[in-house]
Design a protein. Structure first.
Length: 96
């Protein structure tokens, strides 16, 4: 490689890393909300009510009392709820 090609490649690589870091920082600052009934089994963000202790302890997919942080305003689009629901009510909601 010529010196010009190497320098150009290094500059483009650095620019790409900088842009990626900016996007990650922006995404991390987006407001989040707890969304119940959307986490897959073992993927909840923290305590999921009776029978669980903290992150990763939900027993079933879309467990009604298990929550996951999602971008603010997206929970209802995912068919989740902003408050924990009894399991019976969540099963009825899944059928919708």
């Amino acid at each position: 490689m010529s010196k010009l090609t190497t320098t150009t490649f290094a500059a483009l690589a650095l620019a790409g890393l900088t842009a990626g870091a900016s996007l990650s920082a922006h995404a991390a600052k987006m407001p989040q909300e707890k969304c119940f009934g959307v986490a897959m089994a073992g993927k909840n963000d923290c305590a999921a009510g009776p029978g669980t202790t903290c992150a990763g302890t939900s027993k079933t997919d879309k467990q009604a009392n298990a929550w996951k942080y999602v971008d603010e305003g997206t929970c209802l689009n995912m068919k989740g709820t902003l408050e924990a629901m009894p399991m019976k009510d969540m099963k009825d909601k899944k059928d919708m």
